[in-house]
Design a protein around this ligand. Structure first.
Ligand code: B12
Length: 473
């Protein structure tokens, strides 16, 4: 229990909520070009009693004024921003302002986070956050609130819209479900939410969906197809609003014709699917064997037949990946006519089974969390290539996929018009270009041309191609 703050409480309390994003991760993600709004803080604000004044600072939008007069600070953050957040927390705490921390990194690394905060939230906070605020008001709060049981989402409020500050591509964002039943080795969600899928009532989700003035809505769900019967009911109930939406699902959704029909009728324009790898062995190796590589083309076609674009999530660096993986993946994505792709370097987030496995094998190269960005740094020793080759292959994939030739090849066959696919592709291409310019300026080097990358990778690929083909299941 902590009673330090009770004597200084003014009549109206002010709570500062921070969506943290370190300068380094903002640079890596090019978020000034490509930006998506996070729900967490506007959502947590909806649980705060009305007598509190709530300020939300989103670091993607404005810097933090450390001298601001507030009674309590709450910060949410991902692993790459951890050190930055600990520094911010130290500055507030030096001024005597208590700091509460929560989010994925805190849930996965509670002992570390505890050393930098007055109070931490481990796991989901629908029950513990209001409890803490009540405890805080009477000056008797604990240092750690853990969600022992995953909360039901039957009666959760809508996020407070006036606290969204970003201008992103969307006109609205919300979540309908939480959790994913799968236990993929590299995914933090499986650890955070204990593989327990929960759903919000369809009517509540439909009413939040309808309340956004904008036309394009993102469902920030881990896997909107976790409960496909629920999803179909949801799609039927949002169809009348005639908005366009996008979300994340697993490949199973692409096999379910009824799911796709209702998704399309309700305005689905794009599905993000974690294809992860075109190597079946890599998928089996990280417990995502339900991704059957031989089904990818058919599933993508099936989704396209419903007029829905596919954004593929691709990861490089699995233990079964050899140097030929980059070119083979790009050949596949182009021939399958995938509209968009997000490439990631495999990153073992602390607390995941992948991290534990690599740690046991002494393959973790750094614990500098700021490098756990999945885009610019390789933080572990890959099995069949050097960290440099992995990085180079990742860059090659981005450059080739977002080149003019590839854009033309992929988008010309798109089931969704250019009005949807082109802006997103151009934003990714622009983000990449600015990344290359920054990197070149940082290194004081000339830009390495995509063509030379391709030729060096191609020569290695030729050597490895037959080997990879024979090892694929
Ligand atoms: C939407 C989303 C994004 C969006 C928006 C995030 C942002 N910062 O702007 C975008 C696309 C930009 C994004 C980017 C990234 N993301 Co992301 N993202 C998600 C996703 C799909 C949903 C998050 C969400 O909105 N959840 C809904 C809210 C309500 O839940 P929540 O945030 O977990 O909050 C609950 C609790 O955690 C708790 N809580 C959280 N914070 C706090 C703070 C306080 C004070 C309190 C009391 C409670 C509390 O209370 C909430 C209610 O229970 C998650 C998957 C997931 N389910 O978490 C991945 C996820 C969080 N992302 C992840 C990753 C890796 C990233 C990137 C690093 C990817 C990359 N390579 O660039 C970047 C980092 C961006 C950054 N600026 O730091 C990982 C996190 C791993 C980690 N250890 O940090 C996740 C878990 C995905 C995964 N499968 O592993 N992401």
């Amino acid at each position: 229990m902590d009673t330090r703050w009770s004597n200084h409480m003014p009549a109206q309390r002010t709570l500062l909520l921070i969506t943290a994003s370190s300068p380094a991760i903002r640079r890596v993600r090019r978020s000034r070009v490509l930006n998506f709004q996070q729900i967490t803080m506007p959502y947590l604000a909806a649980f705060v009693p009305p007598e509190w004044k709530v300020i939300h600072i989103d670091e993607e939008v404005s810097p933090i004024d450390i001298t601001i007069a507030v009674d309590l600070v709450g910060i949410t953050f991902h692993t790459p921003s951890a050190f930055h957040v600990y520094d911010l927390a130290a500055q507030f705490r030096k001024r005597g302002i208590p700091v509460a921390l929560g989010g994925p990194h805190v849930t996965l690394m509670p002992e570390e986070a505890q050393a930098h905060a007055d109070v931490i939230f481990v796991g989901e906070a629908e029950l513990q956050w209001p409890q803490f605020l009540r405890d805080f008001e009477i000056g008797r709060h604990m240092h750690r609130y853990c969600s022992t049981a995953v909360p039901a989402l039957n009666a959760v409020p809508m996020a407070r819209k006036e606290l969204y500050h970003r201008r992103d591509f969307t006109g609205g964002r919300l979540f309908a479900t939480r959790g994913c039943p799968h236990g993929c080795d590299f995914c933090a969600v499986a650890v955070m939410y204990q593989r327990k899928v929960r759903t919000r009532p369809v009517a509540a989700v439909a009413s939040e969906y309808a309340s956004f003035p904008g036309k394009v809505v993102i469902f920030w769900d881990d896997n909107l197809a976790s409960d496909r019967e629920y999803a179909k009911a949801l799609f039927q109930s949002i169809a009348p609003y005639r908005k366009w939406w996008s979300s994340q699902v697993t490949i199973q959704a692409g096999k379910d014709a009824e799911f796709l029909e209702w998704a399309a009728k309700s305005g689905c324009k794009q599905l993000f699917i974690g294809l992860e790898s075109i190597s079946q062995q890599s998928m089996n190796g990280v417990r995502k064997g339900f991704n059957r590589v031989e089904e990818y083309v058919r599933v993508i076609e099936h989704i396209h037949e419903h007029g829905i674009a596919v954004q593929a999530g691709i990861v490089f660096g699995f233990d079964q990946d050899t140097e030929s993986i980059f070119i083979e993946t790009l050949d596949f994505l182009e021939s399958a006519g995938v509209q968009n792709a997000t490439f990631n370097i495999l990153t073992p987030y602390p607390g995941t089974p992948l991290y534990q496995r690599l740690e046991r094998g002494r393959r973790i190269l750094t614990r500098d969390w700021s490098k756990y960005n999945g885009r610019e740094d390789v933080v572990f020793q890959p099995r069949h290539m050097s960290p440099e080759t992995l990085l180079e292959g990742y860059r090659y994939a981005n450059q080739r996929f977002y080149s003019g030739t590839s854009l033309y090849r992929r988008l010309i066959r798109s089931p969704v018009g250019l009005w949807w696919t082109l802006p997103l592709n151009l934003a990714y291409a622009l983000a990449l270009r600015s990344a290359r310019q920054d990197a070149a300026a940082d290194r004081g080097e000339l830009l390495v041309r995509c063509a030379s990358r391709r030729s060096s990778l191609e020569s290695v690929s030729a050597i490895n191609a037959s080997k990879t083909r024979s090892t694929r299941g």
